[in-house]
Each structure stands twice: as C-alpha cells, then as structure tokens.
Design a protein around this ligand. Sequence first.
Ligand code: 6PG
Length: 252
Amino acid sequence: MPGQTTATGTMRVFPTREALITGLADWLLARSLAKAPHTPFRLALSGGSTPQHLYARMASAPYVERFPWHNMQFFIGDDRFVPHDHADSNFGMMQRLLFSKAPIPASNIFPMPDHGTAEEAARTYEHTLKTLYGAPEFMPERPFFDVQFLGIGTDGHTASLFPGQPVLHNHTAWVASCVPPAAPHTRLTLTYPAIHASQHVVFLVEGAAKRDILARIRAQDPNCPASAITAQGDLTWFTDQAAAPLVQHEQG
Ligand code: 6PG
C-alpha cells in the first residue's frame, strides 16, 4: 500500500534475532532479484549496531553468492562526520562487514564525504543523489531508493534526525548536517523528503530496550522524530518478539 506511515506500516515480528535477520535477508534478496534487469537496485543503509548482523549475513553464504551485486547501488542513510577509517564511521563499519566482503563494484558504493566542512559534504552528497536521480526535485511517482533501512534510538531518533534539531523542519534539502547534543559527532543525514522517496522503508528494531520507544513511535508520539517517517511505497517494521511482545509474531 503506497504512502505508508510508521503507524500504518506492516509489523513483521520474529521469535529471535536469528530469525529476524534471516527473514530480513531473505526479504531483501527477493526484492533485489525481482528488480528489472539493468535498472539499479538502490539501498540506503543505516548505521548503529543492529544492522551489523544483517550486513554480516549478506556477506556470508549463501547470500553472498546470490545477491545481484553488480546491479545494487549502496548509499548511506546517515553518518558521523568523521574520517571513513574512524571507529565511529558508519561507512567504515559497512566497509568492514559488507563492502570488503562481497563482490560489489566500487562504482556502486556511494559514501557520504568525510572531508571539507559538514555542510559542504551534505551539499556534495545531495548533488550526487540529484545527478543519479536525474531531476532537482523528487517526483511523486518515482522514488529514488528501492529500500531505505532505518533503526531507532531510545530517544525516538532515526537516521540522524534527533529530537529538537532544525533538520526536522527542513523539507527542501535531501541531505543535511546537524550537531545532535546527545549523540557523538557532527552528523550527515538524509532528510524526511529523501527518506520518503523510497519504494520500501524498512525499520529494523531488536531487543527489549526498544519496546517502549517502538510503541511510542507507532502511536505517532510527536516527540519522536521517527514517528514522522513515511514511505512513497510501503513501510515495514522488522522486529523481534522482545521489541514487540504484544504483536503475534510472524509465522516463519
Ligand atoms: C547511527 C544510526 C542511528 C541508529 C539508531 C539505532 O548513526 O547511529 O544511523 O540512527 O540507527 O541509533 O542504533 P542501534 O541499532 O545501535 O540501536
């Protein structure tokens, strides 16, 4: 159903982390193989710790032999504005777990810049996206990303859209810089309109620590920036039983 929100999105609840990661890897593989040949399958990857299990799974058998890597383009949903080899770099994490382990053409990987000023880096990344998209504005019938992966923090942030930040009110830029007081480093992040320009928005949420904030976001708590995330296409919550105990879990 197009135009789903964090409230109307589908909940897929798996009994364990292992089942969750397998279910999401299988879902992603099916989507990537279903994409018409010669049209790139574009993913925006999220940072933090939860998705690391997914990236490692994608880079391992049997998935590493089955994904159409040559046809997949990888973007970064948000990053800390630090050198790519910094321990806190999301791109550095993705490079270690996935990009260095799977046969992905280097030209298919689009890191956020890690040099100059944060604002210059945001403008450069936005220009890259607009050049690939082929237009200066998003068109309602043509999303940019096939899949947008997101996590949530216990303060209700997603990507680097943190509570109280000016970027939450920026509905014209595709990429912005921000300095969240309660999180490490200056950040670069896709904005709400850029995240919306996705055929599939997927939240990956795992563990009991996320139970309360997940419920608040699904109830559209306006104090949680993640509440306002929407998809041009569909939105799906991939969670485990610990994070979504009151929802009947996925049968397999
Ligand atoms: C980041 C992420 C951030 C992350 C959430 C959840 O740069 O930290 O993009 O938005 O998705 O903080 O992180 P965990 O999966 O580690 O809980």
